[in-house]
Design a protein around this ligand. Structure first.
Ligand code: SF4
Length: 376
């Protein structure tokens, strides 16, 4: 049960959007905000691309996107879609035939802008293929690739131009009686993306795919994405997201989840609360947290762990976590379970013991959840 009734400052009221399906993943409405990533292998290389899809899925990706620039890529999609544990979005630019091939190959969604694929007959063919194969569509407006007539009209990429572009694409789909679509209005500039998404949220009830495009390398891209998407998510805007990083897709998934976890919008795995450490630390906090992050990667059950260097903040943080360890003196510290002081532990046994405690707590939470499901 949510405890937000006693902590109203934590409440995020999500914008009410229509729900669509991307394969078996609901997007929009009251569905959890899904996390996406995109492969960066040669899409015609089934083995390499599938390996990335599987790694991303293992890291928690709900949906994975794959570029389909040529026939070799759409052919490879057939096997990839068959083997993938998560729905695949085929990313198409301009080539309507690739979209049809991708739909036939089993893609769950097409990322395509219907206004950019040519005349009405081509649009109709793509929409027919999407309908025939149960594909949804993502309209992907990008400030860097706006239509020329909009750049002429507005003078430069801007939120108004992006919204006009998005609404034009939406109209084409609606005129063709196609409603299984979501939409993004991405920009690499945080202010532009934020303004565009806020306008979009008012202009349509379609599910919104959030993204700060070309955000940069791991550190700068993570920060830009967290600031840009974070403020929108706090306003309740966003039904699915992709963090774009010049980094491994698995990192994109982890960052996406961390953004959602930090706002209490999704919960997955162990949320480690740790202090930055200082001269008061009773053990090496940084090294310990690094080790624990790796050792606890396999835990998918949502739970919290506090690893705090000393009693200044340790007991207080431990009060709010499932498992906690607070550094003390003489090479030992205190273990906390369910917010209560439990037992003393020497630092050299700490990592193994904490891993055991977390695994035991995860098993207990899973058993409780299974019992609740049985009762329901
Ligand atoms: S909790 Fe203790 S060790 Fe950690 S930063 Fe604060 S004072 Fe330093």
């Amino acid at each position: 049960m949510s405890v937000n009734h006693i902590r109203p400052w934590r409440t995020i009221e999500r914008r009410k959007s229509r729900q669509i399906m991307v394969g078996n993943v609901p997007v929009g409405g009251d569905a959890p905000i899904s996390v996406q990533t995109m492969t960066n292998t040669d899409s015609s290389d089934v083995k390499a691309t599938l390996a990335q899809v599987l790694a991303a899925a293992e890291a928690g990706a709900d949906i994975v996107r794959i570029s389909a620039p040529d026939v070799a890529a759409t052919q490879a999609l057939r096997e990839i879609c068959k083997e993938s544990p998560v729905p695949i979005v085929a990313d198409i630019h301009f080539h309507y035939k690739r979209a049809i091939e991708a739909a036939e190959a089993g893609a769950a969604c097409l990322r395509i802008n219907p206004g950019n694929i040519g005349d009405d007959s081509r649009v109709k063919e793509v929409i027919k293929a999407a309908k025939d194969h149960g594909c949804s569509i993502r309209i992907g407006v990008n400030a860097g690739s706006l239509e020329k007539h909009l750049l002429d009209k507005y003078g430069e990429p801007c939120p108004d131009a992006m919204i006009e572009s998005g609404l034009d694409h939406i109209k084409i789909l609606q005129d063709n009686d196609f409603h299984e679509f979501k939409i993004s209005v991405k920009a690499s500039d945080v202010f532009m993306a934020s303004a565009a998404y806020q306008m979009l949220a008012d202009a349509t009830d379609a599910p919104i795919h959030l993204g700060i495009t070309e955000a940069g390398g791991f550190v700068s891209g993570t920060i830009k994405s967290a600031i840009g998407m974070g403020q929108l998510l706090c306003m309740g805007i966003g039904d699915t997201l992709r963090v774009s990083l010049s980094a491994d897709p698995v990192e994109e998934v982890k960052v996406g989840f961390e953004i959602l976890k930090s706002l209490g919008l999704r919960h997955r795995g162990v949320n480690i609360i740790s202090c930055p450490s200082c001269a008061r630390q009773g053990f090496d906090v940084i090294k310990t947290v690094e080790t624990l992050e790796k050792r606890l990667e396999h835990i998918k059950t949502p739970m919290s762990l506090s690893i705090i260097g000393c009693v200044v903040n340790g007991p207080g943080e431990a009060l709010m976590t499932d498992v906690g360890f607070t550094g003390g003196g003489a090479g030992s510290g205190m273990v906390y379970l369910a917010g209560k002081q439990s037992h003393k532990l020497s630092n050299d046994q700490m990592v193994d013991h904490i891993v055991e405690q977390v695994e035991a707590k995860a098993a207990q939470l899973e058993a409780a959840r299974a019992a609740e499901t049985d009762r329901a």
